[in-house]
Ligand binder design. Structure first.
Ligand SMILES: CCCCCCCCCCCCCCCCCCCCCCC/C=C/C(=O)SCCNC(=O)CCNC(=O)[C@H](O)C(C)(C)COP(=O)(O)OP(=O)(O)OC[C@H]1O[C@@H](n2cnc3c(N)ncnc32)[C@H](O)[C@@H]1OP(=O)(O)O
Ligand SMILES: Cc1cc2nc3c(=O)[nH]c(=O)nc-3n(C[C@H](O)[C@H](O)[C@H](O)COP(=O)(O)OP(=O)(O)OC[C@H]3O[C@@H](n4cnc5c(N)ncnc54)[C@H](O)[C@@H]3O)c2cc1C
Length: 662
């Protein structure tokens, strides 16, 4: 398959003719620099020239088993293609190129993410030396098996036990109840021959809490399940049905002492426990994956936006002015209001993901030299951003679907698949409400620490009890972000006051927490969005000195739209705390409408600059050439029901019904 850029339809030609900025420059910014764009395109070119990686038939037409096998075939083909061309799985992950191909829930995704990340992040030097080469070369295939039928969120409540037997220097893994059954892990059912397993560590009858173990599940030659292990697939789900999410039970299954991951906590041969420097270091893989999910969510949202915005420029419907030709639906202000704030969100999330990655890298470097002090901040930021990014990507993707009318509901638009894949992100890797409550803990703690005169870490420093007053004019970007910050400070102060009031009136701190938790989740959401606004403003102002004026103007407009939209969403709070008044809000609403019309002019060019090729968009509605109707029609011809004029169902059911004397 070669890369042919087709001639586009007149509508899109006209849209592209209005572009006033350098698209390539914007593409480079989104990729993280020209070198990364170049690398991504090299990988893409190589993939596009590997026809085996592309489906002839939609997975919707395959049986459950064929769908799984087909996805596995493509994943293994992808890995060998990368390897043959001098790239690694990691290149496909970091550039996002692998994801475009295999987003129907891929059976190798857990291996190349959480399994490998656990080996890298939780092994001592000997374990690293033993397991990493095997896993990187796919000699062993693994997954991350933590969640159980009974517990996902509450990791401390897991029931699987790992009891040390010092006589044989082994751990005995056991699932004592039905609810202890591991349930959900991707690729656990049929693909993985190994798993990293979270289990309660027992030494001398005492429980030391959840720890991670490397467990072989299947024979490496026959792939048969080992004795003492029951494993299988959990059945169809809302989406990502090409994966084999699985279940797992242990019946007094023995593994060597050296299979406990021992980078942070250790068990000696005689059964003594050595504590980690921080009790939550074993949660490191989850934190790392949350960082990755922020990127992933922004990527998926961008695919939906490209599809919906191109389609909105091609689709004509109704009359804006009676008797006039039908306008492009993108000309309707309501359509712009549906799509363009989400386009701004995509940019905001992309810049925030980059900032979060830097915090992650900095914190990881600190951990290497024994510094644990940045861990709570990283936990709060990664939890909050994972939750906002997935919530917004899911909402944005569904709005994109709705914005495409009936055709958005077609599987061939690819919007349903993007939606169901990213919808899982709200639940997995920490359910979003639960993660927001973790952020809220951090906010309340920080607020209280500030009241006692302590200095606050950077992401919460604006919460200090006596902040410096903002000197920026209210209507400037900085002024509005400061107003949003004042709103969050007010919300957190109010939550803290309510918590204290409940405790003073006799409630336990835990009961008070639950009684305030709706408000606390709102605080966490608002705080995270304030952080995102700050990252967006900072990124655009830093880029200002280095980019052309056209690109800078587009970024400035998107950033402005993001902030204005956020202020309007938060109007109630901002009015209550006096950060803005009604007059300011009216002018913000008017400015937002004006900005929608301005951004609409270059909207197609902006999504073009995200630079996702048709073969990766996989959408009849979003292709570069805008040839929507022909594509929808051709895709429909592939339906198995169209293979014959009269189906078996007619002879079997319909005809007898018609002939019956009812
Ligand atoms: C061939 C294929 C080619 C390509 C295919 C593409 C594949 C993509 C892979 C690419 C990867 C990278 C890039 C993209 C990423 C893509 C992502 C898509 C794929 C990802 C698949 C994911 C599949 C899903 C996996 C899972 O879901 S795994 C299971 C996850 N489970 C959870 O997250 C459970 C959530 N619960 C918890 O984390 C905890 O229980 C809790 C935090 C809620 C509570 O913990 P606990 O009870 O122990 O703690 P307390 O509440 O008592 O708090 C005590 C204090 O500890 C602090 N704390 C808690 N956690 C942490 C932490 N992690 N770090 C630091 N501190 C922590 C609390 O805040 C408390 O502090 P305080 O006392 O000071 O207040
Ligand atoms: C597609 C998919 C893939 C997955 N892949 C994996 C995997 O590879 N490995 C793995 O180990 N797991 C995996 N999981 C499991 C996933 O991590 C859990 O489903 C997730 O952590 C949520 O836990 P739960 O299902 O127990 O939900 P629950 O915790 O039971 O949540 C149910 C409801 O209770 C609420 N709730 C729970 N606790 C609290 C609280 N403290 N305060 C307020 N509200 C609360 C939640 O907000 C939610 O509304 C996957 C899940 C899915 C859907």
């Amino acid at each position: 398959m070669s890369v042919v850029v087709p001639e586009c339809c007149d509508d899109l030609k006209r849209e592209r003719g209005r572009c006033l900025f350098n698209k390539e420059e914007l593409t480079n910014i989104l990729d993280g620099g020209p070198k990364l764009t170049e690398k991504r395109r090299r990988i893409e070119k190589m993939l596009i020239n590997t026809p085996e990686l592309f489906d002839d038939v939609s997975p919707d037409y395959l049986s459950h088993e064929d769908r799984y096998s087909n996805e596995l075939r493509k994943a293994t083909q992808l890995m060998t293609t990368l390897e043959k061309n001098g790239f690694t799985y990691n290149d496909a992950v970091t550039t996002g190129t692998g994801l475009w191909l295999l987003m129907d829930g891929n059976p190798l995704s857990l291996h190349i993410s959480m399994f490998l990340d656990t080996i890298k992040g939780q092994s001592n030097p000997q374990q690293l030396q033993e397991w990493l080469p095997l896993a990187e070369k796919f000699k062993i295939i693994g997954t991350y098996a933590q969640t159980e039928l009974g517990h996902g969120t509450f990791v401390r409540g897991l029931e699987t036990t790992a009891t040390y037997d010092s006589t044989t220097k082994e751990f005995v893994l056991h699932s004592p109840t039905i609810t202890a059954t591991k349930w959900w892990p991707g690729a656990l059912g049929k693909t993985s021959n190994h798993a990293v397993v979270m289990a309660q560590l027992y030494l001398g009858g005492k429980c030391y809490g959840p720890h991670i173990f490397m467990v072989q599940l299947r024979d490496l030659e026959t792939h048969r399940t080992l004795p003492g292990i029951v494993v299988g697939e959990i059945g169809p789900r809302l989406g990502m049905n090409s994966n084999d999410n699985g279940f797992l039970q242990f019946n007094h299954h023995r593994i060597p002492l050296t299979n406990m991951f021992m980078k942070h906590s250790q068990v000696t041969e005689d059964g003594k426990y050595v504590k980690p420097l921080h009790s939550k270091l074993s949660y490191g893989t989850m934190v790392q994956t949350r960082v990755g999910i922020v990127y992933h969510a922004s990527r998926e949202l961008s695919r939906a936006l490209i599809i919906a915005i191109r389609y909105s420029a091609v689709r004509h419907q109704s009359e804006m002015v009676p008797g006039d030709p039908e306008p492009q639906i993108l000309d309707y202000q309501t359509q712009q209001y549906k799509l363009l704030p989400h386009l701004a969100s995509f940019f905001a999330l992309r810049f925030s993901a980059r900032a979060l990655l830097e915090v992650f890298i900095g914190t990881s470097a600190g951990l290497g030299s024994g510094k644990m002090n940045m861990l709570p901040e990283l936990h709060a930021l990664s939890s909050g951003l994972k939750a906002v990014a997935t919530n917004d990507a899911v909402k944005g993707t569904d709005i994109c679907r709705l914005a495409c009318g009936g055709h958005g509901y077609l599987s061939s638009s690819n919007l349903p698949r993007i939606y169901t894949a990213i919808a899982a992100g709200i639940t997995y890797e920490g359910e979003n409400t639960v993660l927001f409550l973790q952020v809220a803990r951090y906010l309340i703690k920080s607020f209280r620490a500030s009241s006692q005169g302590q200095t606050l870490p950077f992401s919460v420093s604006y919460l200090r009890v006596q902040p410096p007053s903002s000197h920026a004019p209210l209507m400037s970007d900085r002024g509005l972000v400061d107003a949003l910050g004042a709103g969050v400070r007010w919300m957190v102060g109010e939550a803290e006051r309510r918590l204290q009031q409940l405790v003073d009136s006799g409630h336990s701190p835990h009961a008070a927490w639950n009684a305030c938790s709706v408000h606390l989740v709102q605080c966490a959401d608002a705080h995270t969005r304030y952080y995102i606004c700050e990252q967006f403003v900072d990124a655009v102002s830093k880029l200002g000195e280095t980019v052309s004026s056209g690109v800078h103007e587009v970024l400035r407009q998107l950033c402005r739209l993001y902030i204005l939209h956020r202020v309007i969403q938060t109007a109630g709070i901002l009015l209550r705390c006096g950060a803005v008044d009604g007059k300011a809000l009216t002018s913000i609403e008017e400015e937002e409408c004006h900005l929608l019309a301005t951004l609409r002019i270059q909207a197609v060019s902006i999504v073009d600059a995200i630079d996702i090729k048709d073969v990766f968009l996989k959408s009849t509605l979003g292709a570069w050439d805008g040839n929507v109707y022909q594509r929808i029609y051709e895709e429909a011809q592939k339906s198995p029901l169209n293979k014959s004029d009269v189906t078996q169902g007619y002879y079997q059911y319909l005809r007898p019904l018609m002939k019956a004397n009812l």
